[in-house]
Design a protein around this ligand. Structure first.
Ligand code: PRX
Length: 659
């Protein structure tokens, strides 16, 4: 039945009131007008802000009721700066909240995951089916020697088993660390070792742009130097030949065949760790960001509902990979704890051709799309005709995440994807914040292309100068603890304090982002102010890429900067000086790019490698990247008085222009 017919039939009114047949979970009826949306949402959101303002702890305590707890908490917050504990004494399980609690509701029979592989394979799992799979895999984990507090690494493509593995870890109280499947063997190894993971879940491979990603092979290389891994479970995605190491590797499907059906949830303390997720910082070594169970689940569950204005019949699609925090919070925990039906897609946006996303939206009647500015800019470049050829009328809300969205991209998204009727929520947050912090709430907040607008209820964000004075332009800071804040950096409390809290002596959280606030109090994020780059919405430290470059036998020194890029937002330019006896040859640039891909992964491939004889340094030997940025962006070079050898700059400029 078409939406028009449903309307005539009286089965669905505006999307806020749609009534669907039990077995009919796609399609949303008519789209609300702005006025209807405002009328429906305005007073509820206003009340949320008022409650949060009146008593922040009481507000979060009320929000925590959105979860099911085995034991209630006896204290909402314990704040010993810079360490916070939330919902002290409370007992719960994240997996229980994503699955078990839906058991006696209408959610049980609806689709939790609708999956499509890049080559077109389809699979869907209702909440009930997902529950069964998770119970079985939880038993597989237990049989494999995993118990509460153990670390499990997950290195999988975007397949339902990734979600199953994460939820199963949560169910048995194991701490998962998901490693993006685009990361190299070295990057996987570093993360496994730092987390001290006992078990790895991987796959024989995955699809990307029509090519096979040989995950098991990469995992095997990593595992050569990971003695902590006792067992590997391999998901059969491609059914291709892989080498299985006797005694260590087992197939997921054969273990599942023998697994018991029921696995009770482990009772977790609110402050027990849920996961570690590695992200780049200003040093060469990625940070293991630690999130715990109670506060994290409260924040992601509440923000998912507020920001995406969830309706029972929504088909939600977040295009992020589960390897990043967006995938953790807004593909796994947030949507499932809210009983949402969602689409997950394994592959690339241009496979087999450039309308794949729009074809998926049309086919599955997606109502909410959450994607990244870098993807939007790519779609803009590909041309309007791709979305125009598809029916996008099911969409009612659009989201953006990962980097500042430039107003041109916002307008294109609004016009060509949202057909000028879907609000866009530009959501600012980080791996460390765990959940969305600044975003408009459609129907309440006036939208401004390019601005993430206002902090959400219960979040205190301000802009500060170096001295901790509030300004309209400067550094973005969070002034009060929030439930899903990181609890630390795995095995490195010193780095936690230094990175986030030292700037203002432990009083405020330093985000690492620059921002401005306009006369309406709306926030405009301008990007990182530290040595962290944002390449296609992915965080990478300059030092990480530099370490990969100097690892090459011919490289003496390297300095990496981010330059503006029309699609990726930022791209990597690497200035490299070679060792004295390294012969220069025409393929060296490609060789170095490939070396970085091998050390980190394809996302870190430098756009340009510029060979120079000396790097600009202070007398104490510190590289001055600011001067390299000036050159790359064609600016007059700033203060050079601190350079040990000012003539270096002229040479670099010459080499940059010649390159
Ligand atoms: O610089 C900000 C940018 O992405 C950084 C966080 O990266 P990550 O931890 O990988 O998490 C990305 C997904 C939440 C931030 O410090 N960023 C993220 N969202 C936005 C943004 N910058 C501007 N506007 C946004 N909406």
């Amino acid at each position: 039945m078409s939406n028009q017919e449903k309307l005539a039939d009286g089965k669905s009114g505006s999307y806020g009131l749609c009534l669907l047949d039990e077995d009919e979970l796609y399609g949303i009826g008519s789209i609300e007008t702005d006025a209807e949306l405002k009328q429906r949402r305005h007073s509820g959101i206003k009340a949320l802000f008022a409650e949060a303002q009146q008593d922040r702890e009481a507000f979060w305590s009320a929000q925590a009721q959105c979860l099911d707890w085995f034991e209630p908490w006896n204290k909402v917050l314990q704040w010993d700066p810079p360490y916070a504990k939330w919902f002290l004494g409370g007992k719960l399980n994240a997996c229980y909240n994503c699955l078990d609690r839906h058991m006696h509701t209408e959610i049980w029979k609806k689709n939790a995951l609708v999956w499509e592989g890049e080559e077109g394979l389809e699979r869907s799992l209702t909440y009930e089916e997902l529950y069964k799979e998770v119970n079985k895999f939880s038993n597989v984990l237990k049989e494999s020697g995993i118990s509460k507090g153990d670390k499990v690494a997950i290195y999988l493509p975007m397949v339902p088993e990734t979600v199953i593995a994460m939820l199963s870890c949560a169910r048995v109280g194991a701490v998962h660390t998901v490693v993006f499947a685009g990361f190299s063997a070295d990057a996987l190894k570093d993360r496994i070792l730092d987390a001290d993971a006992k078990l790895l879940v991987t796959a024989d491979g995955g699809w990307r742009k029509g090519r096979v990603i040989a995950l098991k092979q990469t995992a095997d290389m990593a595992l050569e130097s990971c003695p902590c891994i006792q067992k590997t479970i391999v998901v059969r995605r491609l059914n291709c030949e892989v080498v299985m190491q006797y005694g260590r590797d087992e197939w997921y499907d054969s273990l599942m065949e023998d697994a018991q059906e029921e696995c009770p949830c482990e009772e977790m303390d609110a402050e027990d760790e849920l996961y570690i997720l590695y992200t780049s910082g200003t040093t060469g070594k990625p940070k293991g960001i630690v999130h715990t169970t109670g506060g994290y689940m409260v924040s992601v569950t509440a923000t998912m509902r507020w920001v995406f204005d969830l309706q029972p019949c929504d088909i939600y699609w977040c295009t992020a990979d589960v390897g990043w925090v967006t995938g953790h919070s807004y593909v796994v925990y947030g949507p499932l704890s809210n009983g949402v039906s969602q689409l997950i897609y394994e592959g690339a946006a241009d496979f087999p051709q450039r309308d794949r996303f729009w074809q998926l939206i049309q086919k599955y009647r997606v109502t909410i799309l959450y994607t990244a500015p870098t993807a939007i800019r790519m779609f803009m470049k590909w041309g309007d005709n791709w979305p125009q050829g598809c029916d996008l009328s099911s969409l009612r809300l659009l989201g953006s995440v990962g980097e500042p969205i430039n107003p041109e991209a916002w307008m294109w998204y609004y016009t060509h994807i949202g057909c000028q009727r879907c609000p866009i929520v530009d959501t600012w947050w980080q791996t460390e914040t765990g959940s969305i912090m600044i975003a408009p709430l459609a129907g309440f907040t006036a939208l401004k292309p390019g601005s993430a607008t206002q902090p959400l209820p219960g979040i205190d964000a301000v802009i500060m100068d170096e001295e901790g004075r509030q300004q309209s332009s400067g550094y973005l800071a969070i002034t009060s603890p929030w439930p899903s804040m990181l609890r630390g950096i795995h095995k490195d409390s010193e780095r936690y304090q230094q990175t986030y809290w030292k700037k203002w002596e432990g009083r405020y959280y330093f985000t690492g982002d620059g921002a401005k606030q306009d006369e309406d109090g709306d926030f405009w994020l301008s990007g990182r102010v530290d040595d962290v780059m944002n390449i296609s919405g992915h965080r990478l430290g300059t030092m990480e890429v530099e370490s990969a470059l100097v690892d090459h036998q011919g490289v003496a020194e390297a300095a990496v900067i981010a330059t503006a890029h029309a699609i990726k937002g930022q791209a990597i330019a690497a200035f490299v000086s070679l060792k004295e006896h390294t012969p220069f040859h025409a393929d060296l640039e490609d060789e170095l790019k490939q070396h970085v891909v091998k050390k980190i992964g394809a996302i870190a491939r430098p756009e340009r490698v510029i060979f120079i004889s000396d790097l600009p340094k202070t007398r104490s030997g510190k590289i001055i990247r600011r001067l390299l940025r000036d050159i790359a962006e064609g600016r007059v070079t700033g203060d050079v008085t601190t350079l040990s050898d000012p003539s270096v700059m002229e040479n670099i400029k010459k080499q940059y222009q010649e390159d």
